[in-house]
Design a protein around this ligand. Sequence first.
Ligand SMILES: *[C@@H]1O[C@H](CO)[C@@H](O)[C@H](O)[C@H]1NC(C)=O
Length: 205
Amino acid sequence: MICSILLLIILTSCVSGTFVVNVTQTSYQAEENHHITLEWTFTTNPHTSSNSLNIFCELFTDLRPSVLFHLHEGVEVPESQDEQFAGRVQWDKDVLREGRLRLHVSRLRTEDTGLYKCQVITSYGRNSGKCWLNVTAAADEPKPQRPTVRPEPESLGNIWILYAGLAAAAVAAVLLILYLKRLFVFNPCLSYCSCNYMLTSKFSY
Ligand SMILES: *[C@@H]1O[C@H](CO)[C@@H](O)[C@H](O)[C@H]1NC(C)=O
C-alpha cells in the first residue's frame, strides 16, 4: 500500500516535471499601434494528437484579467476572448504541432501592458509560462493637432489688422471733413473777405 502510494507520487511528479512551458522572452517592449509576437514553447508528445491540446492565455493588469486566447481540444474558442483583443490576435497553427505557441497581437494599445500568462493543458501534463509586455504611448501623437490650432490666431490677427485699418480710415475721413468745414463754413472771415472782395471789385467797375 505505502509502496504503491510512493510509486504514484514519484510517477505524478515525474510526469508533471517533464512537461514544461517556456517563454522565448520574459519581457517585451512595443509602441502603441504597432504589433508584436508573443511566443511560448511547450513539451510535445509524439504519441498524442493536437486535439488533446488546451491553451488558455490571459492578460493580468491592475484592473482585471482579460482572455487573450483560448484553445479547446485543438480548436480556437473566439467567444472566450475578451473584447479588448477582438480581431487583434492571430496564432500560428503550423508551429503549434512543434510545441510553439506564437500569438500575433496587432494595433497595440497602452492598456495591453501587463503580465501575459499562458496555461497549456495536455493529456500528458500541464504547466504555464509568463511574460511581461510594456506598450508605450506613440510619441508623435500630439503633433498633428498643432497645425490645425496655429492658423486660428493668425486669422484672428488679420481680422484685428482689418478693423484697425478701417478705424484709422474712418478717423482720417472725419478729420478731413472737420478740416474742410473749418476752412469754408466756420471761418467767417474767409467767406466774408472773399465775398467782400468780390463785391468791391464788382462795384469798382
Ligand atoms: C525550456 O527551457 C529549458 C531551460 O532553458 C530547456 O532546457 C528546455 O528544453 C525548454 N523546453 C521547451 C519545451 O522549450
